[in-house]
Write a protein that binds this ligand. Structure first.
Ligand code: ASP
Length: 323
């Protein structure tokens, strides 16, 4: 029998947490990948090699960490004997890292990202089942050519759409409006659907600073001004509904665009698209007239990652990248 070879890259998170006896609280990321995998009942018919890349809680992730992780994955895939990669990661920024990897890793072999909501030493932990199923998924032939996927709570999600939807429940992830790609039931992997579109970019430059600014009732443009003053290359402006911002941001938006900052408009709704439907000040139409690009159904954090990737790939940004 051909034994599959999977590389597990650990980056920290709750799945690698231990209780600090002094505070009684969990410290995410202190467990090495080796310790974690030794505690888990790994599939015996798969050769799993563990490498610890970072040992951090995922709120400590930066664009530099993303770049290092990408380089590591490309280095691992240079070995043609490797069948797939599992990345263990904190859940808080997992949706951003998984989309970043989806956009930059071109290899057709699977990259599966997983984590856990309960630490490995906590009662009812989901750490081991998620890790075991992520390894089975990475070794499964149908996972190839699917981009970066996420395994959580027995479900398979696309990195493009997955979002953390619950702060603590083991059913912590979803893909609003799009559903999951399949399931892993005990040791059986079943895909029901696959993404029809795949975008991969070659990035050579550093990921630039892209800010995310959420508008609420009565918001004005002060944070947009501030982002421009601090040299942001891009700003994601998140507004309610079809992309309807308070009119008080318009002047700041205009200034940002004039200075060459890429400004993108997203909706705070979980589903549906930013669209030009109304002509009042602050509408998507009025923002578009000031040079803002409409980011259709992109979640704001996904739009931020994509804009940073496009800029790092040297692309001239236009709305077609976000259709
Ligand atoms: N704070 C943790 C992290 O993202 C939460 C988790 O992993 O669930 O690293």
């Amino acid at each position: 029998m051909n034994v599959k070879k999977i590389i597990m890259l650990s980056t920290g998170g709750t799945i690698a947490s231990k209780r600090n006896p002094e505070t009684g609280l969990l410290t995410a990321g202190v467990m090495s990948g080796e310790e974690l995998s030794n505690m888990c009942d790994l599939p015996s018919n798969i050769d799993v090699e563990v490498q610890s890349v970072f040992q951090i809680p995922s709120n400590h992730m930066t664009f530099e960490h993303l770049f290092t992780l990408k380089d590591k994955i490309e280095e691992v895939f240079e070995n043609q004997e490797v069948d797939g990669i599992v990345v263990t990661h904190g859940t808080d920024t997992l949706e951003e890292t998984s989309y970043f990897l989806d956009l930059v890793i071109s290899d057709e072999r699977p990259v599966v990202v997983t984590g856990s909501q309960r630490g490995p030493t906590v009662i009812g932990t989901d750490a081991f089942v998620n890790l075991r199923q992520a390894i089975l998924l990475a070794a499964h032939p149908e996972s190839r050519n699917t981009g970066t996927i996420v395994l959580f709570n027995e479900r398979i999600f696309s990195g493009r759409y997955v979002q953390k939807r619950h702060a603590s429940n083991v059913d912590g992830f979803t893909s609003f409006g799009f559903g999951y790609l399949g399931i892993v039931d005990q040791d059986n992997v079943s895909f029901y659907q696959k993404p029809i579109k795949r975008e991969v970019y070659t990035i050579t430059n550093k990921l630039p600073n892209v800010e995310l600014i959420k508008c609420a009732l009565g918001s004005d443009g002060r944070f947009i001004d501030c982002a421009v003053d601090f040299g942001a290359s891009g700003i994601i402006v998140e507004a309610p509904g079809r992309g309807h911002a308070p009119p008080f941001i318009l002047e700041s938006v205009k200034k940002a665009v004039t200075k060459g900052v890429n400004v993108l408009l997203t909706t705070s709704a979980n589903e549906g698209e930013v669209k030009t439907v109304y002509d009042f000040p602050g509408s998507a139409w009025s923002l578009q007239n000031e040079g803002v690009l409409l980011a259709s159904d992109y979640d704001s954090k996904k739009a931020r990652i994509k804009l940073a990737v496009l800029l790092a790939a040297g692309k001239e940004i236009d709305a077609s990248y976000f259709n």
